[in-house]
Design a protein around this ligand. Sequence first.
Ligand SMILES: *[C@@H]1O[C@H](CO)[C@@H](O)[C@H](O)[C@H]1NC(C)=O
Ligand SMILES: *[C@@H]1O[C@H](CO)[C@@H](O)[C@H](O)[C@H]1NC(C)=O
Ligand SMILES: *[C@@H]1O[C@H](CO)[C@@H](O)[C@H](O)[C@H]1NC(C)=O
Ligand SMILES: *[C@@H]1O[C@H](CO)[C@@H](O)[C@H](O)[C@H]1NC(C)=O
Ligand SMILES: *[C@@H]1O[C@H](CO)[C@@H](O)[C@H](O)[C@H]1NC(C)=O
Length: 767
Amino acid sequence: MVFRILVLFLAFMVINSIALADQQTYIVHIDKTKIEASIHSQDSLKPWAESIIDFISEASMQEEDEEILAPQLLYTYETSMFGFAARLSKKHLKYLNQLDGFISALPDELSTLHTTYSPHFLGLSNGRALWTASNLASDVIIGVLDSGIWPEHISFQDTGMSPIPSHWKGVCEQGTKFSSSNCNKKLIGARAYYKGYENYAGKINQTVDYLSPRDSQGHGTHTASTAAGDVVKNASLFGLARGTASGIKYTSRIAAYKVCWPSGCTNSDVLAAMDQAVSDGVDVLSLSLGTIPKPFYNDSIAIASFGATKRGVFVACSAGNSGPFPSTVANGAPWIMTVAASSTDRTFPTKVKLGNGESLKGSSLYQGKKTNQLPVAYGKSAGPKREARYCIQGSLDPKLVHGKIVACERGINGRTEKGEEVKVAGGAGMILLNTENHGEELFADSHILPATSLGASASKTVRSYIQSVKKPTASISFIGTRFGDPAPVMAAFSSRGPSIVGPDVIKPDVTAPGVNILAAWPTNISPSFLKSDKRRVLFNILSGTSMSCPHVSGIAALLKSLHKDWSPAAIKSALMTTAYTLNNKGDPISDIASLNSPLANPFSFGSGHVNPVSASDPGLVYDISTIDYLNYLCSINYTSSQIALLSRGNFLCSKKAVLKAGDMNYPSFAVLFGRSDLNASLTYKRVVTNVGKKQSSYAVKVEQPNGISVTVEPRKLKFVKLGQKLSYKVTFLATGGARVGGTSSFGSLIWVSGRYKVRSPIAVTWQ
Ligand SMILES: *[C@@H]1O[C@H](CO)[C@@H](O)[C@H](O)[C@H]1NC(C)=O
Ligand SMILES: *[C@@H]1O[C@H](CO)[C@@H](O)[C@H](O)[C@H]1NC(C)=O
Ligand SMILES: *[C@@H]1O[C@H](CO)[C@@H](O)[C@H](O)[C@H]1NC(C)=O
Ligand SMILES: *[C@@H]1O[C@H](CO)[C@@H](O)[C@H](O)[C@H]1NC(C)=O
Ligand SMILES: *[C@@H]1O[C@H](CO)[C@@H](O)[C@H](O)[C@H]1NC(C)=O
């Protein structure tokens, strides 16, 4: 949900300053090898952690005269990472620091949520290709970490489903308005985590949220149904987007882990849920949430994802909604599948007709009759305060806007909230104006009055028309659901690379549908999120990388049941090397933000748009082992204690081998040159595994980035059996003159054999 970000961010700042005043929650990482003597072999970590907490409590009490709050253990972590979360003061921390095996204590922090036709857009349809009975075996479990779930929704019914897979060890936790009978053979597990949140933000207000896995925000219900919701015929929102709604792997099981509450999701809760999900037996983890980018050793999601990947769990995360600005991509650790967002060809067009006869195209989910040609109010002509331009609550003057269409700038408050303000003030309609940064991106929202969003250039036209005439007028008409627009187009809000914490890997990895996605919705939340809106719907349309991430989680589940022996890295490779970069009209995928170039590049879509059908049979895969990831961390000079966070203390960087970040067996190439590196060259090594045809011969094809000469050795790979691994080297030579720092050029390297095209993007950046 794009508009929630600002609200959640403000909440975060206020809460944080209170928390700093006294105790706060820390996530404590422990080197397992150093404490093994003090924990009894098969025991859980909990008794040990409790004794540590008791120890620092006593120690600090002896020293202190004044009364201080006792430390409090919140969680112990043993599966995805090793350590615990506890509420501690600075003094307690000092004692903890002296502990044998202590690695680090990271202050807890809030992440924010990032927010069906898409199966069809992805080439999935019943009885064809991937959606055939054998591929839809219901043995895969997708764990969704989000705002919970609305279990009664028709998308989570379990009619005809086989018994729950035997590897499942999770539970259906009871709580407010949630009982164990709310789970079934589709929704096989549900848990809620709020110890970290309550320590951070105070007690959960039970009039606005449930102390249980039940969803009070809608986000978790929407994402879970996108990944694995059942098939529901004749789904729509007010008749819009009518069709069969279905999760991408609609036969997968869902385990809902509620970690997000009204102001966000704390890392300590997210870690507890990931730890539990992995030991519960999930096969795929889907996280549509994140923080600002930070080094992997300081990034809880990166650390827990490493542990999950090591146990064979595929982790997909949203890239974030902080685009179109560069280097905003979050969740960018190489073992995570980082998902960007783009549009499908389905739109909800509107037509705005100005008094001068000009006609502009917009978008809305409002369904009603066309408005009359009405006077337009904007800024000063809508209210005396400056806030009137943004239609902030209480800013519009009813005398000035009564019966008129009000033009409102995007930003500050929610898009549907602006409409609410216009309606409350007596306005008859609203036009939502994009700034240059929003580009031509059109959000379809469930407005409570006749309203439409307009792109940046149409918005400019409207502003200058309003200024040029004394009595501006406009009308809005609503056209319904249309198909056939050029698609995909990269969303402006989708966070961009290059990654500032790991620039030697291209991030995001892929893009997937994340604009105007129809999916399941709780029956007690209005589609506009407004309290005053009494409409109730079964399906709602949302946009965000939160929506694109569960598409990829669903596809990963499909690949997982098809190829049971594939590692998370192999699934990721299949999705990346088969991604496409041309749109439905055969032209290169464009970028709606158009800041520099109208064309999208690997820093907006990674390897391209996911293609599940091709990914199921990729020909070759680039596999990566846990050791390879650790070697990568050595190559980027992480210290041994930083690496111990991930490896759990039993890994030493090789002193002998010269490790290069570029040698990690990643399915794409990020190449970094200094700006004055003339004739400099870098050589990377890769190993590909044959998963296609037993006997096959691949030839390399290269699209050279501007100013770079690429040579591949050997240029042919001949396989004689399945599972065979062959290696090659690729050399990038900077042939051009000096470059401006921060510029990039792009190309690709493709291994071709018959119908197989194993493509890796190349992004060269002059630093
Ligand atoms: C990592 O986290 C530690 C502990 O909070 C902090 O002191 C340090 O500045 C962080 N490093 C970076 C690069 O963010
Ligand atoms: C809980 O939320 C309700 C509704 O927003 C509010 O009226 C009430 O004051 C809140 N209670 C507390 C204890 O904050
Ligand atoms: C589809 O649902 C609409 C209500 O949203 C209903 O009017 C219509 O009859 C339904 N069509 C079918 C074929 O069930
Ligand atoms: C790591 O350290 C080596 C040796 O000091 C240096 O050459 C290299 O550039 C460093 N790499 C990174 C990614 O900082
Ligand atoms: C780079 O190579 C070109 C062609 O081989 C040569 O003419 C040029 O002098 C070289 N430049 C530098 C700085 O080495």
